[in-house]
Write a protein that binds this ligand. Structure first.
Ligand code: UD1
Length: 334
């Protein structure tokens, strides 16, 4: 089976490509390298010992997509390629809507033309807005607080309408919680450009002294220690969820929604302390005011993914902390 992976050189995409190749899938990657690096192609090949085809193209380029589908005879698509910085999406909404919605629309159009009808979509727990109760189930009300989140929710709506009009389509929507960690080889991982927005990439850079001190955004939330609680999930577990999603898309027609999280929440301070202990390294921090748009706590009820896909996160918080740091140490060796 041949799978087209958009954004396949990015953080979650590259780990998913490794799982796909390990499992014997043929992989075709389309990535425009705006937020990823060409070296990742060779790293995926080194990790898996397998070859795959790479196209440096933009998923919004319909003509380029059409040519790829013509040549590659794709059976299924996993669509990761998207802009993902929340703050930037607030200041550049047009860029976000154009890219994140345009890519899905072009993909659906070209897939339909070439008779490809299996689609796995990279969504986010951000579509649950500020949940009234926890843990979060897939049938909770949906809302968003920023353009990035809105593009995820609008994409879900687009795909729902595509399935209604094209009953032969199978779409699996995966709502990720907070992916951290990296492949055990330390060859691939999360490498954001500039100063990181997300917690783990920031902790890692403070630990290796590229950044001075971590700002903890608020200690007055209604949580165990007052800091924000999130459901951190190892990126390799997350990647494996995509293989289960593909199997589902191959088996059943329709649209299906799954949370990919561990079901356990950790506070910011909890994560920092675990990181320090596991890696035997200091992470200085200071408490500052809350970050606009943040919620107190967010963690998944992952039961549905277990019952319907047979998927469950296996790696614990210590492994996540160790692997996140291992990747950056390997990068520094270069
Ligand atoms: C953020 C996005 C979310 C997106 C996800 C994955 C927001 C509001 N949400 O989730 O839409 O899907 O990233 O990219 O941006 N924290 C600090 N100091 C820091 C950074 C973070 O204390 O320097 C805290 C936050 O307040 C939060 C926790 O760490 O409590 C996790 O933050 P982060 O890693 O940015 O993820 P989310 O905000 O959950």
């Amino acid at each position: 089976m041949r799978v087209l992976v958009t954004g396949g050189l990015g953080y979650i995409g590259s780990h998913t490509c490794c799982c796909l190749l390990d499992a014997g899938y043929e992989v075709v990657v389309v990535d425009n390298l705006v937020n990823s690096k060409i070296e990742v192609v060779d790293k995926i090949k080194t990790i898996t010992g397998k070859d795959f085809t790479f196209y440096q193209e933009d998923v919004c380029d319909e003509k380029a997509l059409d040519k790829i589908f013509e040549k590659e005879k794709v059976d299924a698509v996993i669509h990761f390629a998207a802009y993902k910085a929340v703050g930037e999406s607030v200041s550049m909404p047009i860029k976000y809507y154009e890219n994140n919605l345009g890519s899905t629309l072009k993909l659906c159009k070209v897939m339909k033309k070439h008779g490809c009808s299996k689609f796995v979509f990279s969504s986010s727990a951000t579509v649950y807005g500020s949940p009234k109760t926890l843990p979060i189930r897939e049938d909770f009300p949906l809302s968003t607080t920023n353009p990035y989140g809105s593009t995820k929710l609008m994409n879900e709506q687009i795909l729902k309408d595509v399935v209604i009009a094209n009953p032969e389509f199978s779409v699996v929507i995966l709502r990720y919680f907070n992916p951290i960690g990296s492949h055990e080889s330390g060859l691939i991982g999360e490498d954001p450009n500039g100063i990181p927005n997300n917690l783990m990439p920031y902790i890692v850079r403070v630990a290796n002294k590229q950044l001075e001190i971590l700002s903890v955004y608020g200690d007055d939330y209604d949580t165990e220690d007052g800091t924000g609680v999130r459901d951190y999930i190892h990126v390799v577990d997350l990647a494996k969820g995509h293989l289960k999603a593909l199997e589902k898309a191959n088996k059943d027609e329709g649209i299906f929604y799954y949370n990919l999280g561990t079901g356990t929440g950790y506070s910011v301070l909890n994560l920092v302390e675990t990181f320090k202990r596991v890696n035997n390294v200091d992470v200085p921090y200071k408490i500052v005011g809350r970050r606009a748009g943040d919620i107190a706590a967010c963690y998944a009820d992952p039961t549905k993914a277990f019952e319907e896909l047979g998927w469950k996160a296996e790696k614990g918080i210590e492994e996540m902390c160790r692997d996140s740091y291992n990747y950056i140490l390997k990068q520094m060796e270069k």
